[in-house]
Design a binder for this molecule. Structure first.
Ligand code: ADP
Ligand code: SF4
Length: 683
């Protein structure tokens, strides 16, 4: 297929100073939990993005000095020449596909504690560091500023040695020393580096000019600037100083990469923002500079991309998450395969890898992070190694992905689903407030499956073990999912909660199926991810009195890792949901509940007409147990997804995908993936 001429503009080359991007698809810097600890994984992952058509592929933020390091959080490193080969590997992989490689050197001053190097953090001003450690930064003196400038130049020279085509000067995300100097609330200096905007910009200008001077003949210099910190008068704003900074430095860099700050504003989830949510903040930039401009906004629609270019908002379409969910997005546009694009759902599971210090995972793309260590490619999968047929029972995310990937391998696959539609839990959850984009998990897979002649889908087919046996499949995969527990058992309560017989208890499944509560609602969140918060929002919007009780200190606690927690709690407060943190449930009666303080055990009584425990899910594994008891005639019987162990949608997709990859292949011996072991020092 050929691409639609309407998208031609996206494939025009763009000159960026001394280098030229082959097209307008630009993978902006993004964290990935691989960085300096898993450099081969990082290089392979970036190389695959280039193979998928991204014209520019950047690193994540890259520490430029041991005096400013993130400890356990895994980013790239360029402390000295010994870090060059790892990054050169990435450059090599990216260049192999004709893309440009970019790097984002970062000095993280007042952000970090330096727990590894034990250096005292430094920034424009002496303050506690942002990370919640008992550590304060010291204010940089003139010698520090000179040393800081040299660090940047040295890092830029090393980056050039590694082969990078684009080197950033990074003032974004409220994380870097350069940003801290710019920020009126961070910079209290009274010397020529503080006070007026001209003074606060001085260091940025110096670093920019010195970097250009050092490597700008062959290497493009990009600026990444957060033009709006979304902090009102305390921060930079696009209407005022954010704009003035771009005006002051307009023609100095070769490229402007502009966004909003902090990271939780830059990488908002679909629950809180639509595609293109940054456009209003950054659209002024092209009117102020003649240099190419890149911006982000979870862009997955090529029509939106074209319109941004045509309207003169952006020259290059920046993407982190859309390139993670589909490393081949540009290729699919180029080949006229728009329906094949695996659109990012905006859930931020990818972001959690950074906070949890492991290679990132993606809900939509189960191969993310597995490219090098398991050799998984997001688009290609080895053809089948036998002619066996497979019956998959259950078309939730696990069953759908197993069917899609087995179908892609060429197997004859039958997918049986009890309900009227495919999608399982995703269908129900996508109907919760703000989660509509999650349905893309189903849309992508059901379209792919619909195109496969070797795949038969049967809806309204609630199979029993006997019916499975009658079907005589070679192999059976049980993907029957899970149900929320009504008992209250979970992390806080290892035994069922004392719930009287006449209590109106509704599980999240019952609410999602349309049952409505009566009287005041008490939601007990011992799950700590999105479900309890989303239910509270849904029921409050429907006019119910809602009290949200949790043993945690705040609502939806795990969503700190998806950077949504503050937004969720703010929304619930604004909707007048009563929030009672740090409490367990000690007893539930028909019209009231006893809560117990998790520290002292002291109890208090609150009214309750409907009790909604959100504590754990129970695998729906009856069919699996029945099939196991029946014992055949199949060659294998396997559980995947929530039916094996309830988890995230990402985990269910991964489980289905892994089954399909390993099906019919020799069982791996020992550790089933390649490792990146630390080098033993020679001393
Ligand atoms: P997962 O996240 O593991 O994919 P889900 O709960 O989302 O699990 O999906 C499980 C799917 O399996 C649901 O759509 C459900 O209707 C279906 N299902 C459950 N039991 C049966 C059965 N016996 N026969 C056919 N489909 C079933
Ligand atoms: Fe998008 Fe979610 Fe994948 Fe991140 S994990 S890239 S937000 S689908």
């Amino acid at each position: 297929m050929n691409r639609n001429p309407r998208y031609d503009v996206l494939f025009e080359p763009v000159k960026i100073g001394p280098v030229t991007a082959p097209n307008r698809f630009y993978q902006v810097p993004h964290c990935n939990g691989m960085g300096h600890r898993y450099p081969s994984s990082m290089a392979e992952m970036r190389g695959i993005k280039a193979e998928g058509g991204w014209g520019v592929v950047n690193t994540e933020e890259c520490e430029i000095s041991h005096t400013s390091e993130l400890g356990g959080v895994i980013e790239a490193r360029l402390w000295d020449d010994s870090d060059i080969p790892a990054l050169a590997r990435m450059v090599e992989k990216v260049h192999a596909h004709g893309a440009l490689a970019g790097i984002e050197p970062a000095h993280l001053g007042m952000e970090v504690s330096n727990n590894y190097s034990r250096e005292i953090p430094m920034g424009p001003t002496a303050r506690p560091v942002d990370v919640l450690d008992p550590v304060q930064s010291r204010a940089m003196d003139k010698a520090d500023i000179r040393a800081f400038r040299k660090m940047h130049v040295d890092a830029a020279v090393r980056a050039k040695k590694a082969g990078f085509d684009i080197v950033y000067v990074y003032a974004g995300h409220d994380m870097t020393t350069l940003m801290h100097f710019l920020s009126p609330s961070r910079n209290d200096r009274t010397d020529e580096y503080g006070g007026s905007l001209e003074n606060r910009v001085r260091l940025m200008r110096e670093v920019l000019m010195e970097t250009k001077e050092a490597i700008g003949d062959t290497t493009a210099i990009a600026v990444r600037l957060a033009v709006d910190e979304m902090e009102g008068a305390d921060g930079l704003s696009a209407g005022q100083e954010g704009r003035e900074i771009v005006e002051m430095l307009a023609e100095l860099p070769d490229l402007w990469d502009v966004n909003v700050s902090g990271w939780e504003n830059d990488s908002q989830t679909s629950r809180f923002s639509e595609e293109g949510y940054q456009t209003d903040y950054i659209s002024f930039v092209k009117g102020v500079t003649t240099k190419p401009v890149v911006g982000v906004g979870r862009f997955t629609s090529p029509d939106t991309m074209v319109s941004l270019v045509n309207k003169g908002v952006l020259d290059l379409i920046g993407a982190a998450r859309p390139s993670i969910a589909d490393p081949f997005l540009p290729k699919k546009v180029e080949e006229g395969r728009i329906e094949d694009i695996r659109e990012c759902i905006g859930c931020n599971i990818c972001v959690t890898g950074d906070f949890l210090s492991h290679p990132m995972r993606c809900t939509q793309n189960p191969t993310m992070g597995e490219e090098w260590r398991r050799g998984w490619h997001p688009e290609y999968i080895p053809q089948k190694s036998n002619d066996d047929s497979v019956l998959i029972v259950g078309a939730g995310p696990a069953g759908l992905e197993a069917a899609r990937a087995l179908g892609q391998r060429g197997h004859q696959v039958t997918l049986a689903e009890a309900g009227d539609a495919v999608g399982g839990r995703v269908l129900h959850e996508a109907a919760l407030p703000g989660l509509a984009a999650w349905k893309r998990v189903v849309d992508y897979r059901s379209y792919q499956i619909s195109q496969m002649p070797n795949l038969n889908l049967y809806l309204q087919s609630d199979l029993s073990a006997e019916q499975v046996a009658e079907f005589e499949p070679d192999h059976v995969v049980v993907a029957t999912g899970s149900r929320w527990s009504a008992t209250g058992v979970g992390r806080q309560n290892r035994r069922p909660i004392a719930i009287a017989d006449d209590v109106h208890v509704l599980t999240p499944d019952a609410i999602m199926a349309g049952q409505m509560p009566k009287g005041p609602v008490v939601i007990f969140d011992d799950d700590h991810y999105y479900m309890a918060g989303a239910l509270a929002e849904k029921l409050r919007a429907a006019g119910h009195d809602v009290t949200y009780v949790t043993p945690a200190a705040d609502v939806s606690h795990w969503t700190h890792k998806t950077m949504e927690q503050a937004r969720i709690q703010t929304r619930l407060i604004e909707m007048d949901v009563t929030i009672i943190p740090l409490h367990n449930i000690s007893e539930v009666r028909a019209d009231s509940i006893d809560l117990a303080c998790i520290y002292t055990g002291s109890t208090r009584d609150i009214p309750c007409g409907t009790f909604i425990p959100v504590t754990m899910r129970e695998a729906s594994d009856t069919l699996y147990a029945d099939l196991t008891a029946l014992g055949g005639p199949w060659k294998s019987l396997t559980r995947v997804g929530d039916c094996l162990a309830p988890g995230t949608i990402a985990a269910a997709i991964y489980s289905g995908h892994k089954f399909a990859r390993e099906f019919g292949e020799p069982a791996p011996q020992g550790v089933p993936f390649k490792r990146e072991l630390p080098l033993l020092a020679v001393d």
